[in-house]
Design a protein around this ligand. Structure first.
Ligand code: DC
Length: 231
């Protein structure tokens, strides 16, 4: 095993909604043999759980109570981390309109952010991971040297959401995500910026791989080791 294997790696992929970060993070994880973690899905799972219990994003007392009694666990299946809430996997509901509408307001709450950060550290425990989100490189894993900030023009991002057939007010979510007091969406100083407006997913992944090698990550050793561990 290469020397890198003595500790586990976190690759942070941050950026706004519909910037292409999910496709890039998933493909990068597959190519490296890392576990893919979508932190937005954890905020969405919590939002879904609250809405199921008829709790609104502005009822912070009720939210704290509901979260104190909910069992949120990180479950890794098919090389992907999922959040299970009280033994239910809400994967099929995470992009419901009502979740899209409320998730930014729920993710503003410091208690919610603290819980998600803890779950992300659980997901990364003992594994090499690619984590996508808004504050992974800036707040959740500030010590990782592998940070990327993925962006695209507002027009391209709107077109991408429309092409996915989703009703998602990304302009409103962007404003909320950038302006919130706790862990706003921000490019970490040491993150490598990539504009995906006019390039393919594979071109972005290749640029990230090149950058990782420049940062001293032995890509082929990483791949071989993770493949052996997965067998
Ligand atoms: O990536 P996404 O669009 O599925 O994220 C949904 C929401 O979750 C997003 O509007 C803000 C919040 N989020 C966050 O605050 N911090 C993260 N690391 C990831 C997502």
């Amino acid at each position: 095993m290469g020397s890198y294997a003595s500790h586990h790696l976190v690759i942070a992929i941050d950026g706004p909604a519909a910037s292409g970060k999910s496709s890039v993070a998933r493909q990068l994880a597959r190519q490296l043999g890392f576990i893919y973690v979508n932190s937005g899905a954890i905020y969405r799972a919590i939002t879904w759980h609250l809405l199921q219990n008829k709790i609104l994003p502005d009822q912070s007392e009720r939210i704290n109570e509901a979260l104190n009694s909910a069992a949120l666990t990180c479950d890794v299946r098919d090389d992907e981390a999922r959040i299970v809430v009280n033994d239910i996997d809400p994967a099929g509901h995470l992009r419901d309109d009502r979740v899209n509408e409320s998730v930014s307001r729920v993710s503003k709450l410091p208690r919610v952010r603290e819980i998600v950060s803890r779950r992300l550290h659980d997901c990364a425990e003992g594994r090499d991971v690619v984590i996508e989100g808004r504050d992974i490189g800036s707040v959740v894993f500030p010590d990782t040297p592998y940070k990327f900030y993925i962006d695209a023009s507002p027009e391209v991002r709107l077109q991408r959401r429309a092409a996915q057939g989703e009703r998602d007010e990304i302009t409103i979510r962007d404003r909320d995500d950038v302006s919130r007091a706790v862990s706003p969406l921000v490019k970490a100083k040491d993150a490598h910026l990539i504009d995906t407006s006019h390039v393919t997913v594979q071109q972005v992944v290749t640029e990230i791989m090149t950058r990782l090698e420049q940062l001293g990550l032995p890509i082929s050793d990483v791949r071989i080791t993770n493949r052996a561990l997965g067998e």
